[in-house]
Design a protein around this ligand. Sequence first.
Ligand code: TRP
Length: 428
Amino acid sequence: MSQRVLTGITTTGTLHLGNYVGAIRPAIAASRAVGVESFFFMADFHALIKCDEPDRIAHSSRAIAATWLAAGLDADRVTFYRQSDIPEIPELTWLLTCVTAKGQMNRAHAYKAAVDAAVAAGEEPDANVSLGLFSYPVLMAADILLFNAHKVPVGKDQIQHIEMARDIGQRFNHQFGKGEELFTLPEAVTDAEMELLPGLDGRKMSKSYDNVVPLFEGGSAALKDAVARIVTDSKLPGEPKEPEGQALVALYDAFATPEQRQAFRAALLGGLGWGDAKQQLVAQIESQIGPMRERYAALMANPEQLEAILQTGAAKARAIAAPFLQRLRAAVGLRPYTATAATAVARTEKAALPVFKQYREADGKFYFKLLSAGGELLLQSSGFEQGREAGQWVARLKREGWVADAPVQREASETDVAAALAAFQQET
Ligand code: TRP
């Protein structure tokens, strides 16, 4: 079975170099691995909790979507969507809210931080706490559990939320699963590199420290300005400089090959001036970011294209989410009253599912094909001498999902095929 990796980015701001190096670049690289099914989304429901400026949320969502694509995300290969395009997410949030202990939410770091800040300011403890902020971890659990993600790459500050998602998923399985696992229990993945990129002042690059290098915003001029503000020591050109511990060197490393890193260190030890070093750093970053910035500008100038990509992504995500949610509704007792209605519901669900067709051709051989819910050809088998062989392959694909060495011709992207096959695993 392939590994499902899922992560979201809250759409409240624009991205900086730390987000790119720490989250986007490794996530895109990981999404290219075989056996990995990636889900990336704009967490715009989460943005509503932190931000009450509608225009800023709308702009941020669009900018972040364009950033992922400009940075090389292949939307055909992964499932790339806006959280708010998936109505199954808020619906699952409610089902999960009903099995979540309030006491557990009381212990969430983000909530406690808000309470501490209010108390310190001499206000009521819950003065600045909306129910949205309070139950933020439940919404995040729904994001993750709805797609049965195995791995969730996040920054350290989010580990507690993943643990809560596990906990909530486990409680739900226990209460409604009747011995069967409804939800996969997710694991947080933290990457040391994620925490490493320093900002202009040497502390971790972060909006809240006002020490960021913008990724695309402001163009190459903004990049140059930011680099000019990197704090160094006061050694003059010609004096040997200790490279280790310098924010400038760590930033250079993030965009350089091992050979380039070594040469840069040697030049500093040999007396390279900080001004020249900064010029080299700008050139180094620009060589990677420059071409992406152009793609970013093109995507931002073409909202129709961006919108179409996200609509496709939403359809792909919902092909997985909708049938699964039907199962969860039934598990908690939200069921049609009559058997006829139940079959009707089942029939609409069936109609919305992909199908395997088995048949025999004039050549006497047995074949099968997989059609999407919409009737599009996804897989075409080669001919089998025995009907049984074809049947066994169909059973195996239904059970295990996409098998790379299956004797079939793949007619659609691997992600589309995997998403269609996933529907069979949830069916049983
Ligand atoms: N809360 C995360 C953050 O602020 C964003 C997020 C929302 C997320 N839903 C998620 C991350 C699900 C991983 C999985 O960084």
